[in-house]
Design a protein around this ligand. Structure first.
Ligand code: G1P
Length: 304
């Protein structure tokens, strides 16, 4: 049984964002532009994900990319020319907005050379993460800050010193789109994970609790990933590596009910754009009027 004593006293300060996938659900858009760069109002999806990590106290973020994802690096890099031009025009606020992107956190990049699955993508972070606990945030899931998911998971880790996975109840017929956990109750929002299975058929699912794009791992997960054979879809699944980790270490589930947008799905992406736009001080009122006008028009159209 691997010891976690050396890592267990360390605080969680690193995060890994897997963003190497092909994004087939968003073709043709994702042919040349990574799906993580889809705009939600005026920020790309991945910026919300990074801001969530930073907000939870993480300052070191490794993004796992692939060949066609260079634009992600460009977005968070300095662009002196643009800053100078904006400043020369007196647009200081805009220049500061551009500059702030490069100061969000210490960002690092590693490439996943082959598309061998989420588990494999997380495994590419091993050298960077070392012997520390770390958080994984899937690059196309946006969590509302109020849901406090990563923050709550880090608090749970600080108290219990074990891996923690975000779980949300989904309708039974949707469980086959997710990793699924069997659990026993522990406390308020925390449950003890007793088993995990990737994308089960609804009749085989041990529960309706779905794994939701946020994980906190002890570094022992890396040995399990290396020992994991390809599973569902022929890919190295993180869920399978977690199932093996369970035989050696305790794992908790952090349950939450709302506040997640899966921007990899078109309808959820559209909902994210609409909700976030409505909440913006500078756009909300105007956008509400436009939506009301569209809804009225649709209603009239339906009646005639
Ligand atoms: C991945 C994971 C799955 C998890 C899901 C959350 O699946 O493999 O366990 O429930 O993310 O969004 P994907 O959505 O990449 O198919």
């Amino acid at each position: 049984m691997p010891s976690t004593t050396s890592s267990s006293a360390k605080p969680v300060r690193k995060a890994v964002i897997p963003a190497a996938g092909l994004g087939t659900r968003f073709l043709p858009f994702s042919k040349a532009v990574p799906k993580e760069m889809l705009p939600v109002v005026d920020r790309p999806v991945i910026q919300y994900v990074i801001e969530e990590a930073v907000d939870a106290g993480i300052d070191d973020i490794l993004i796992v990319t692939s060949r066609h994802k260079k634009v992600i690096e460009d977005h968070f890099d300095r662009l002196q020319e643009l800053e100078d031009q904006l400043e020369a025009k007196g647009k200081d606020a805009e220049a500061e907005q551009v500059r702030a992107l490069s100061k969000l956190a210490q960002l690092h990049y590693v490439r996943q050379g082959e598309a061998l699955g989420l588990g494999h993508a997380i495994g590419t972070a091993r050298n960077h993460v070392g012997e520390e606990p770390f958080v994984v945030l899937l690059g196309d899931d946006i969590m509302r800050p109020e849901a406090g998911v990563v923050r709550g998971m880090i608090e749970a880790y600080n108290e219990h010193r074990c891996s923690v996975v975000a779980l949300m109840e989904v309708p039974h017929d949707e469980i086959s789109s997710y990793g699924c956990a069997s659990v026993t109750e522990v406390g308020d929002r925390l449950v003890q994970v007793t088993g995990l299975v990737e994308k089960p058929a609804p009749e085989d699912a041990p529960s309706n609790l779905a794994v939701m794009g946020r994980y906190l791992f002890t570094p022992s997960i890396f040995d399990e990933i290396e020992a994991t054979e390809p599973g569902v879809g022929g890919e190295i699944q993180i869920t399978d590596a977690m199932e093996s980790l369970l035989e050696k270490e305790r794992m908790l589930g952090f349950t939450f009910g709302e506040g997640r947008f899966d921007t990899g799905k078109k309808l959820d992406y559209l909902r994210a754009v609409v909700e976030m736009a409505l909440e913006r001080e500078d756009l909300g009122a105007g956008f509400r009027d436009i939506l009301a006008e569209i809804v009225d028009r649709e209603n009239i159209g339906n009646r005639s």
